[in-house]
Write a protein that binds this ligand. Structure first.
Ligand code: GAL
Length: 434
C-alpha cells in the first residue's frame, strides 16, 4: 500500500471513532469537575478513642451510627484502645502521631491535653469552620470553647461535659443502713466506718491503672483547698507543700483504708461493678459511671444515686471529651464530617444519653436525660468550674504523670511529709505556669 493510502485510512479511522463516540468537543479534563460531597469524603475514617467499657462504648456507637448515616460511602475504622482515661490509648496515639500515621480524628480532653500536647507543637488543624459552616456560634459555652482554643483559634469540637467530683451510692445499702447524705468529710468518714463495722466495704476503688487514685485525690484537693488554691497549684502560683495539700493526702490515706482490699487488681468499671453487685456501698468516679450503671440495667434514682464528693458542693470538676483533626489526617473531609456529627444537636443527644455525660451544647433538650444528668446540667450553670487534672485539662502531661506516680507510692507508704516533698519537686521540675 502506498504511504498516501495508509494516511487516508488512518484519518478515516480517527474521524469514525470521534463521531461514533458522539463527541462534538473533547472531553472535560477531570480536574475541572467539582467532586460531590460523597466523592470527597469517600474512603475511610480512622476514629481513635479509648471508649470500650460499658456506657462509653455505647456512646461511641451512637456517634458512629450518625456519621455512617450521613456519610454512607465512608468506612469507619474504630481504632479504640481499651484502658480507662486513655491509660493505653494515649501512648498508642503518640506513636501514631509521631510516626506519620495519625488517625483522621481522635478523642482528646480539652485544656492542656489538647493545647500543650498537640496544638502548640503544631500538629493540629484549626476547626473553627465546623462552627461557622453550621451556624453554631453561641451554641457552646464560652468556658468550654476556651478549653479547646489557642491564640483565638478553635482546635476541637466538644462532645460532652463530664462531672468529675461525683460520689455514687448503692441506694439499697445506704438506705438499709439509714445513712444520711454526708455533707463534709468527717460525716463521710463516720458513715464509712459504720458500714465497715457491719462488714460492708464502704468504698470501691480500682487502682489497677493509676488514674482513679488521682481522680479521687483531685476531688479531695478541691474540698480542702477550694477552687482558687486548687487552680493556683496547677498554675504554679502556689507551692505544693501547702498544708491543704497535706490534708487532702491524709484524707486520701483514710479513704484507702476503707476501700476494697483488691483495689490494685481492678479497673474503674470493675470497681463500679462492686457497687452495682452490692459488694461495696459507694465509689468516686466521673459520670461515665452513670453510663456504665445504665448498661448494667440499673435505674438512676432507684438503684443508685450521685452527690458531690463531700466538701465539694457548689464546685464542678470539668472534664470534656473533644475531637480534633491532626494535620497529617489522610481523609480530612471525612474527619471534618465526623466533627460535624459530634457537634450536631442530634449527635450530642444520642451520644450523651448513653455516655452518662451532659451535652456540651446549650440548646439540646434535656427531657430525655435522667434526674442525675438534669441536676448536673443545672450545676454546670451555677457552680464554680475547675478543670480536672486526672483527665488532662488542668495541667500538662508531665505533671499529671508525676502526680499519678507519686500518689501510687503514697497509697502504699502513707507518708504525707515524703509525698509533699515529692509533689513539690515534681511541680518545680515540670515548671508549672511556664
Ligand atoms: C475519661 C474520659 C471519659 C471516660 C473515662 C473512662 O478520661 O473523659 O469519657 O471515657 O475516661 O474511660
Amino acid at each position: 500500500m502506498k504511504p498516501r493510502s495508509v494516511l487516508a485510512i488512518l484519518v478515516a479511522i480517527i474521524l469514525a471513532c470521534f463521531f461514533s463516540a458522539g463527541c462534538s468537543k473533547p472531553p472535560e479534563p477531570q480536574k475541572d469537575k467539582a467532586p460531590s460531597v460523597a466523592e470527597k469524603t469517600a474512603g475511610s475514617l480512622t476514629l481513635f478513642s479509648w471508649w470500650t467499657a460499658g456506657g462509653e462504648a455505647e456512646g461511641l456507637a451512637e456517634l458512629i451510627k450518625l456519621f455512617e448515616k450521613e456519610n454512607p460511602d465512608v468506612k469507619v475504622v474504630n481504632a479504640a484502645v481499651a484502658g480507662g482515661a486513655g491509660t493505653n490509648a494515649k501512648a498508642v496515639l503518640k506513636t501514631r502521631m509521631l510516626g506519620g500515621d495519625p488517625p483522621e480524628t481522635f478523642q482528646v480532653h480539652g485544656g492542656a491535653e489538647l493545647i500543650d500536647t498537640w496544638v502548640k507543637p503544631g500538629l493540629m488543624l484549626p476547626v473553627q469552620k465546623v462552627l461557622d459552616d453550621n451556624g453554631w456560634q453561641g451554641k457552646f459555652p464560652a468556658s468550654l470553647l476556651d478549653m479547646v482554643s489557642s491564640n483565638g483559634q478553635v482546635y476541637a469540637i466538644p462532645a460532652n461535659i463530664h462531672w468529675g467530683n461525683a460520689l455514687w451510692i448503692n441506694k439499697k445499702l445506704i438506705d438499709e443502713n439509714k445513712l444520711p447524705p454526708p455533707e463534709n468529710f468527717d460525716q463521710w468518714l463516720s458513715a464509712c466506718k459504720t458500714l465497715k463495722a457491719k462488714s460492708i466495704t464502704p468504698i470501691a476503688i480500682g487502682s489497677r491503672n493509676k488514674w482513679p487514685v488521682l481522680h479521687l485525690f483531685e476531688s479531695l484537693l478541691l474540698s480542702t483547698a477550694g477552687p482558687e488554691l486548687y487552680s493556683d497549684l496547677f498554675a504554679g502560683k502556689a507551692g505544693w507543700k501547702d498544708p491543704k495539700v497535706g490534708e487532702a493526702l491524709r484524707r486520701l490515706a483514710a479513704l484507702m483504708e476503707l476501700a476494697n482490699t483488691d483495689h490494685a487488681a481492678l479497673t474503674w468499671d470493675q470497681a463500679c461493678a462492686l457497687v452495682k453487685d452490692g459488694k461495696a456501698a459507694m465509689t468516686i468516679m466521673g459520670d461515665w459511671a452513670n453510663g456504665y450503671f445504665k448498661t448494667q440495667g440499673w435505674v438512676p434514682g432507684v438503684d443508685y444515686d450521685a452527690a458531690a464528693v463531700p466538701g465539694t458542693a457548689g464546685r464542678f470538676m470539668v472534664i470534656t471529651d473533644t475531637f480534633g483533626v491532626p494535620k497529617g489526617a489522610k481523609n480530612k473531609e471525612a474527619a471534618f464530617a465526623f466533627l460535624k456529627a459530634v457537634g450536631s444537636a442530634q449527635g450530642q443527644l444520642a451520644f450523651n444519653l448513653k455516655k452518662g455525660s451532659i451535652p456540651a451544647r446549650i440548646d439540646v433538650p434535656s427531657e430525655q436525660f435522667d434526674a442525675i444528668s438534669k441536676k448536673t446540667m443545672e450545676s454546670f450553670k451555677t457552680d464554680v468550674l475547675v478543670p480536672s487534672c486526672a483527665h488532662g485539662s488542668a495541667v500538662r502531661e508531665q505533671f499529671v504523670t508525676a502526680l499519678s506516680d507519686q500518689l501510687s507510692v503514697f497509697i502504699n507508704e502513707k507518708d504525707v511529709a515524703k509525698a509533699l516533698d515529692a509533689l513539690d519537686f515534681a511541680a518545680k521540675d515540670s515548671e508549672l505556669g511556664q
